[in-house]
Design a protein around this ligand. Sequence first.
Ligand SMILES: C/C(=C\Cc1cc(O)c2ccccc2c1O)CCC[C@H](C)CCC[C@H](C)CCCC(C)C
Ligand code: SAM
Length: 235
Amino acid sequence: MVQENNPIQEIFNRIAPVYDQLNDGLSLGQHRIWKKMAVAWSGAKPGDTALDLCCGSGDLALLLAQQVGEPGQVFGVDFSSCQLEIAQHRPRPFTIPTAKISWIEADVLRLPFSDNTFDCATMGYGLRNVVDIPRSLEELHRVLKPGAKAAILDFHRPPGSLLRTFQQWYLQQFVVRTAERFGFREEYAYINPSLDQFPIGTEQVQLAQQAGFSTATHYPIASGMMGVLVITKAN
Ligand SMILES: C/C(=C\Cc1cc(O)c2ccccc2c1O)CCC[C@H](C)CCC[C@H](C)CCCC(C)C
Ligand SMILES: C[S@@+](CC[C@H](N)C(=O)[O-])C[C@H]1O[C@@H](n2cnc3c(N)ncnc32)[C@H](O)[C@@H]1O
C-alpha cells in the first residue's frame, strides 16, 4: 500500500501533464542524452529483467525496454499514479521489438519484489527525491541479482563556484520563471534547495558501500551539473 499525502508524491502528480515538455525545454533536450548514458552504464543487455526505480513518465524504462529487447522484461516503479498514467500511454517505438514493461505503483523504499530478481537497474532523478536514501540503496541492493549493476542519474553540485553559481541562477531564475508560466512555480522552486541537501559524488559512493555494494563509482557529467552513480552487487 503506497503512503498517501506524501508531498513529493503530490508534486509529481501535479506536474505530470507538463513534466516531459518542461524537461525537454529546460535542458534543451540534453536530459535524453544523460538518460541514455545512465542506461549504458547500467549494463542492460538483451534478455535481461530490468528495473527502473522512480520511473515517472517512463523515459528510462522505455530505453531499458529497447536495450533488453523482446526476450527481456522491464518493471517501472513509481508512487505517482499520474506519472504512471503518462508512462502507460507513451507511444512505443514500433521500429524495433522492445520488452514488455510492467508499470508498478509502489514505494521504492518498500519494493514488492523478491531478493535477487533483477539483472540491472536505473534510477533517474529519484535518489534526491526519496525521503530515505540509505533505505532506498538497501532495497535496490536486495532486489538486484549478485553481479548486477545499477546506474543512478541525478543532479550534482559542480565543484567550481562559477559553475555552481550558474546552476543556481539557471534553476532559481530561468527554470522557476518558466515553470511559473505553467502554474508550477513552487514545484520547480524545490529543485535548487534539494541540491543543497543532496550528497555529492564521493558521499554517494560511501552511501552505496554502506548499503552493501561491492563497487561504486560516481561519474560527473554535464560539466559536473549532473552525475551518474554506478554500483555493483557482489557476486
Ligand atoms: C530531467 C531533469 C530533471 C527532472 C526533475 C527532477 C526533479 O527533482 C524535479 C523536481 C520538481 C520538479 C521537476 C523536477 C524535474 O523535472 C533534468 C533536466 C531538467 C532541469 C530542470 C534542467 C536543469 C538544467 C541544468 C541545471 C543546466 C543545463 C544548462 C544547459 C544549457 C542545458
Ligand atoms: C524527477 S522524477 C524522475 C522521473 C524519471 N525517472 C525521469 O528520469 O524523468 C522523480 C520521480 O520519483 C518518484 N518518487 C519519489 N520518491 C518515491 C518513492 N519513495 N517511491 C516511488 N517513487 C518515488 C516521483 O513520484 C517522481 O515520479
